[in-house]
Design a protein around this ligand. Structure first.
Ligand code: ZN
Length: 371
């Protein structure tokens, strides 16, 4: 195992943050990248990463790694340091207001310019040329803020991989994941081992999140140069939502780490025999089929239905109570679906997103992720 330090651009005098990455299985052409807590306050994946670090060390020592593995257990030191009088403020950068998992750069067009005259008829060689061009892109595009520098550091490592696993969690949620239609067949075993209940698939979900930005260079090259050169399939991304923010425990982390190892064995990234493949809980569904239920006024959230329940059209998922006017407003599902996530807070401001349901038919368009 190698440990590498990546100093970030310092935001202010006297401070210096860094990303620390762990590398296993040098000299393997296939690459896997795994990170945790890009939103800062989403800790289940950090615990999983710690268990993975030990497992990868053992697998490397035993000579069982068939891929280079890069592991970043703490992907967002900026957000980990954001506290306001005892409350941890993840998700948004307090300086810019930006979501930490948005606005990642699109490398594709720049890579086409770099590579269109140098690619060959050898797919292996082309994979290396693309990886070199990604390095070159980040050498040539210097970040100007600490946040940008964090984004560049993570993406430089991640988007060269064949498989990228980004570990997040939701507010209160059953395990679910996001991926692309192209990647889904390769991601399905991981969904099964993890017991992922909802598999949300979208070509473009909007906002340039990390997972899509990491596979964009490969897809863009395939679209623009794929008819002239043999190109590798490229990065398969998956964003795991490992339940809710409070679902952090030894036993769950061990179980999830074991699931990831089994999926990596099945994917040929690790030698060995994978555990028997469990059934897929629910088939993949379009991210556009999710119904987001928001409250029309402020008040106390009184949930009527729990995560994991199926909600029919017209059923009430929660009431919003205003004890001053005695108004009790039921929040009704319009389309229905599996209640896979709901807010952990019990006080709602007007317009706040309270509950999310995963349906089967597309009902939304545009930006599909939670704003
Ligand atoms: Zn997140």
């Amino acid at each position: 195992m190698q440990q590498r330090h990546h100093p970030l651009l310092s935001a202010s005098l006297g401070t210096q943050r860094e990303i620390i990455s762990y590398h296993f299985g040098e000299n393997c052409p296939r690459q896997v990248y795994i990170q945790a807590a890009l939103h800062g306050d989403e800790l289940p994946g950090v615990a999983v990463a710690w268990y993975l670090k030990q497992k990868f060390s053992e697998l490397e020592a035993a000579g069982h790694l068939l891929a280079q593995v890069t592991l970043v257990p703490v992907a967002n030191p900026l957000a980990l340091g954001q506290h306001w009088h005892g409350s941890h403020l993840g998700r948004f950068d307090v300086h810019s207001g930006q979501d930490f998992n948005r606005r990642f750069p699109a490398l594709g067009p720049s890579l086409v310019t770099q590579l269109s005259s140098v690619l060959t008829q050898d797919i292996t060689q082309n994979r290396q040329l693309i990886r070199d061009a990604i390095q070159h892109y980040f050498d040539a595009h210097q970040p100007v803020t600490e946040l940008e520098s964090q984004r560049h550091t993570l993406m430089r490592m991640a988007c060269q991989a064949d498989l990228m696993i980004d570990m997040h969690c939701d507010w209160e949620a059953i395990p679910h994941l996001y991926t692309t239609p192209q990647a889904w067949p390769d991601i399905e075993p991981l969904a099964r081992y993890l017991g992922s209940a909802v598999q949300l698939v979208a070509e473009v979900s909007g906002g340039e999140p990390f997972d899509e930005a990491c596979c964009e260079p490969w897809q863009h090259l395939q679209r623009t140069l794929g008819d002239r050169f043999p190109l590798p399939q490229g990065l398969k991304p998956v964003t795991l939502e490992l339940r809710g923010v409070r679902d952090v425990s030894h036993s769950q982390a061990q179980q999830d780490a074991e699931a990831i190892i089994n999926a990596l064995i099945r994917g040929g990234y690790i030698a060995g025999t994978a555990a028997e493949l469990p059934p897929l809980i629910h088939p993949a569904m379009p991210l556009a089929a999710c119904e987001y239920i928001a409250t029309p006024h402020s008040g106390v959230i009184l949930h009527r239905r729990d995560i994991g329940e199926w909600i029919k059209p017209g059923e009430v998922v929660a009431d919003i109570l205003d004890p001053l006017t005695d108004q009790l407003t039921p929040l009704q599902a319009e389309h229905g679906g599996l209640l896979y996530a709901r807010h952990w807070m019990r006080f709602a401001t007007t317009g706040m997103l309270v509950t999310r349901l995963a349906g089967t038919d597309a009902i939304r368009e545009g930006n599909l992720l939670v704003p």
